[in-house]
Design a protein around this ligand. Sequence first.
Ligand code: ADP
Ligand code: MG
Length: 240
Amino acid sequence: METTPSTIATLINVSKIYGQKDTQVTALDNVSIHFNEGEFTAIMGPSGSGKSTLLHVLAGLDNATSGHVTIKGTTITGLEDKPLTHFRRDHIGFIFQAFNLIPTLDARANIELPLRLAGRRADQNWLNQVIDALNLRERLNHKPSQLSGGQQQRLAVARALVTRPALLVADEPTGNLDTAASKEVLNLLRQAVDKLGQTVIMVTHDPRAAETADRVLIVKDGKITHDLKHPTAQEIGQVA
Ligand code: ADP
Ligand code: MG
């Protein structure tokens, strides 16, 4: 029996304007959209179209100029810094293209850092599953500088998954990876959605990566121009 998916994130009339007067850039132009719980969404579009801005505003990393963002029933637009930081820590996981790993901590400590910051204990079972799925077992005692680019990226993915965040946002998570490592990362994100009911929103410029998603949004000039369900890479190529 099909159940109606519940909404996990909503943007209503969200705009983001950078700069002043004649140097103004409208990075997001009055965007309204819903995201369902347990769905994997890919965001595509030309460079400079507003993909990263959409992701950042959605996840409370950047303030909207106007409009409302609601996540899990909490309207995060208008929250003060501290409650916003706590909200992000408790509900949102991030994967960036620049890995933002802590150079002085080894791989295991980097993975466990979000749990430590939240004062939470690791679910050993899940931790082991993540470590093995990302093939990091042999590298747990290595510092980031002793890891390859691909290994650092996998470490960043592990760190984002370890808290099992309600919402996982990723900005070009496979951008620096070779084909094999990209596949691994996408499979893991896919599994997080299918097996754990996590919600993933991922920016990518790779139609093959987007094909892994349940839904693909195309962004142009700060607007969502297409909203596609289970498109093939070919269908994506035709509109993107
Ligand atoms: P994308 O991720 O699709 O490449 P972005 O969301 O990074 O696009 O940027 C959208 C637009 O907003 C671009 O014109 C970009 O130059 C501008 N922009 C992004 N961040 C800033 C910023 N911090 N200050 C000024 N302009 C910005
Ligand atoms: Mg970007």
